[in-house]
Ligand binder design. Structure first.
Ligand SMILES: [Zn+2]
Length: 256
């Protein structure tokens, strides 16, 4: 059967590039339900760093094959969200203290640049999106911890999207995820990921096109987040190395 082509839509010059469909995102494998499910569980901190990701259990939970699960885990490993150790399986990635600090340093650079570009490019549609998001944050029930975590992360991703740079957006997405792992590993009990009052301030400064103010507020917000994590005593070096030497030890015993 011949398919009729949809009529070509004329791209108007005034239409900003950032409204392109998300399908062009090279990370569309993220739409895979297994990848999506694991990412959501990690970003909502239901899956903790170091948690074992058993192929059989995941296959049963998602109603899919082990091959599918393995592909999804390999993809997540390439994004530093999952750590695969030969003969031991896959685990939720656990960043080291140094890496957690690097993640926040990278966020300071990337997100201050993003908020600056977002102010420069702000148009009517962007304003409406930002306002709608701020209303959602103001309305939402803070007792719903899972929804709350997703919503606060979305604010940062929205700012990167308003900057209109796809690469910046991808880096932001990745950093948000790695931040979740860093916070989950080193947080002090009971602290939220984002201070709830910072987003309305940053949003208002963007809407007012106060670039210097918005950049300053974003940097301050990220620094505040970083101050809430603390190295764990004696655990600064517990990371991949520990896992690797555990593995070597296990092998030596097995071979000895
Ligand atoms: Zn925030």
């Amino acid at each position: 059967m011949k398919r009729t082509r949809p009529p070509k839509r004329k791209l108007k010059r005034s239409e900003p590039k950032l409204r392109e469909p998300e399908a062009a995102d090279p990370r569309s494998i993220d739409d895979d339900p297994v990848v999506q499910g694991i990412l959501t569980a990690i970003s909502q901190k239901r899956l903790k760093p170091g948690a074992k990701l058993g192929e059989d259990k995941l296959a049963a939970a998602f109603g899919t094959t082990r091959i599918h699960i393995r592909q999804a885990l390999s993809h997540l490993a390439s994004r530093k969200v999952v750590m695969q150790i030969p003969n031991r399986g896959a685990f939720v990635y656990r960043p080291s203290w140094a890496e957690a600090q690097d993640i926040f340093a990278a966020r300071r650079i990337i997100e201050t640049a993003a908020v600056s570009a977002a102010v420069d490019r702000l148009d009517k549609a962007g304003k409406a999106e930002l306002k709608a998001h701020m209303e959602r944050e103001a309305r939402h029930d803070r007792n719903d911890r899972w929804a709350s975590l997703s919503l606060t992360a979305e604010f940062h991703i929205l700012v990167a999207r308003l900057a209109g740079n796809r690469v910046l957006l991808e880096m932001s997405r990745e950093l948000m995820l790695r931040t979740s792992l860093a916070i989950a590993t080193f947080e002090q009990p009971g602290e939220p990921d984002c201070s709830p009052d910072a987003h309305p301030d940053i949003g208002a400064l963007i809407l007012a096109r106060d670039k210097a103010g918005a950049v300053h507020a974003m940097r301050h917000h990220i620094e505040e987040m970083e101050q809430r994590i603390r190295p764990k005593e004696g655990e600064d070096e517990v990371d991949e190395l520990t896992a690797i030497f555990l593995e070597i030890g296990a092998r030596a015993r097995a071979g000895g």
